[in-house]
Design a protein around this ligand. Structure first.
Ligand code: SF4
Ligand code: SF4
Length: 329
């Protein structure tokens, strides 16, 4: 990265949900961790404060010099993870991966291992915390005529481990999963973080559920008026077309939407924040919940297990898109 292209405009700082939250003021920010840190030997003095980032890509989108801030911050994290002891929550996540292969354990036992050509890959948070979403997505795929497996052998994609600098564990999972995924022609995910990681790092054919809905005849299952939580990793990771696809699918199905200005701002749950800095994650989610309550909607529709979990913990009714629409018969 050519750090000299930083014109010190501060756009990245203004876009950052952590710096804009009262609990996140000790985060050095994307300019320090992404632009300055790589140049200065004192960078490790930031300690774990450098990890106070949800990896939402908002800074990168705001940067007029198109600096690859997320990539640069990941490199800083990797170096930091070798120099300072891990945060308690990140250590727990790494131990869970060591023992179960997933960042959180799961009671889900409705595996489908029938040799289908398509694998539904719900992701760790879906399997461990949102089994309702996993069942509803699998039902939606059945109704769309997509025969699929849900494999007990497919483990964490490794993306959360990369975010906390645990490269070796991420590579171990990659090697394991590559063999499991090789039996399938295509993968379908519910988590945009998994979609992005499987596409960019594994190089496999993968679609997020919203990408399957384009051109489909759908009807709404959501009564009343709903707001959207547009996931960071759907819009700024998978791509803006995927976020548009989510809106188009819902509007096409006849869902009544109330669009709020910060619908695409971060829920606070990504980048290892839920496990590493639960107080900051929950404060960011609380601010979002306040916006949704002001909009007086029936609830929120999203397309990411992290967003659903973070906002449900604030007492909101939150549906995954698989729970808000059905194919027309
Ligand atoms: S990725 Fe998001 S949370 Fe992290 S520094 Fe950039 S704007 Fe802030
Ligand atoms: S937005 Fe880009 S150019 Fe502006 S201060 Fe941040 S890194 Fe530098």
């Amino acid at each position: 990265m050519n750090e000299n292209r930083c014109i010190k405009c501060g756009s990245c700082l203004r876009a950052c949900p952590v710096l804009n939250d009262p609990t996140g003021r000790t985060f050095p920010g994307p300019r320090t961790t992404g632009v300055d840190a790589p140049r200065f030997p004192e960078r490790l003095s930031m300690g774990t404060a450098a990890l106070m980032c949800t990896m939402c890509h908002a800074c990168e989108w705001a940067c007029p010099s198109s600096l690859p801030l997320t990539r640069s911050m990941l490199l800083t994290r990797e170096e930091m993870s070798k120099a300072v002891p891990p945060l308690e929550g990140h250590q727990r996540m790494r131990e869970s991966v060591r023992h179960t292969g997933r960042t959180v354990d799961t009671d889900f036992r409705e595996w489908r291992e029938e040799g289908a050509k398509v694998l539904y890959f719900p992701g760790c948070i879906g399997l461990g915390r949102l089994p309702d979403m996993v069942r509803d997505t699998s039902r939606l795929l059945d109704e769309l005529g997509i025969e699929h497996d849900i494999s007990s052998k497919a483990l964490c994609c490794g993306s959360p481990l990369l975010k906390v600098g645990a490269l070796e564990e991420a590579e171990m999972l990659h090697r394991h999963n590559a063999e499991v995924l090789s039996s399938y022609e295509t993968i379908i995910t519910s988590c945009p973080g998994c979609t992005y990681h499987l596409r960019e790092v594994y190089g496999v054919r993968v679609s997020h559920v919203v990408e399957l809905l384009e051109g489909k005849e759908l009807r709404s299952e959501a009564e009343g008026v709903w707001a959207l939580q547009v996931p960071c990793h759907l819009k700024r990771g998978v791509g803006p077309w995927a976020a548009e696809g989510m809106v188009n699918a819902l509007e096409g199905a006849g869902t009544r939407l109330s669009r709020i200005p910060d619908e695409d701002s971060c829920c606070g749950g990504g980048g290892g924040m839920l496990s590493g800095f639960p107080g900051i994650a929950s404060s960011i989610a609380r601010s979002k919940a306040t916006s949704y309550r002001r909009a007086a909607v029936s609830g929120v529709i999203t397309a990411c297990p992290f967003c659903a979990l973070s906002l449900r913990r604030q007492g909101l009714t939150v549906l995954d898109i698989s729970q808000a629409i059905r194919p027309r018969r």
